[in-house]
Structure formats: C-alpha cells, structure tokens
Design a protein. Sequence first.
Length: 107
Amino acid sequence: MLLRSNRMSEAQSAAIGTWRLSVSTKRGQEHPIVALAADGTGIYQSPEGPLPVTATYDGDDVSFTAIHKTVMTDFSMRFRGTATGDKFDGAMVTVMGAHPITGERVG
C-alpha cells in the first residue's frame, strides 16, 4: 500500500511570508507591507489601499506584480528580489523607472 504525505517534498521559498518593505521613490521613502503565499497569491498593502499580487518563486528569488488602479489609468508595479533569512533585497519597476527595495520579515 502506497502512503501519501501531505508534506511538500521540496523546500519552500524563503520569500513566502509577510514583509515590511522600504522603497525609495521620487515621492520619498515608502514602507508597504506585502504578504506572499506559497500558492503565488498575496496582498500588497500601501497607503493607497490593498492590492492583490501574483507571485512566482525560483528558490529564494521572487517576482510579483501588483496593478495600481487610478482614476486616469492602471499601472503595473513589478517586483523582483531575493529573501535571505529575514531580509529582502530587490527592486520595484514602474512607469517611473526602477526603485531599490529592502525589507524585513514581519510574519
């Protein structure tokens, strides 16, 4: 009889979890929170409100996208980074260009 385990056979990405990010933008320093789930879903929380995200993982590297909707238009925010322990380093790319990101795990 073959027994199946509910445990994942591969290690999960270190990027899965909740992160407080620090983003340098033309408007100054911002500190959004992003929660990333193992299934590739998540929430990006900023002063403008919560935005759903779609994430992909490659080991401890993560890429995720959030669409910010404004009265005039929608614009995409693309994130790429690497989680090392409880630290996150990467970049956010918007129509305004690339912005460096750092972060720390908060959950």
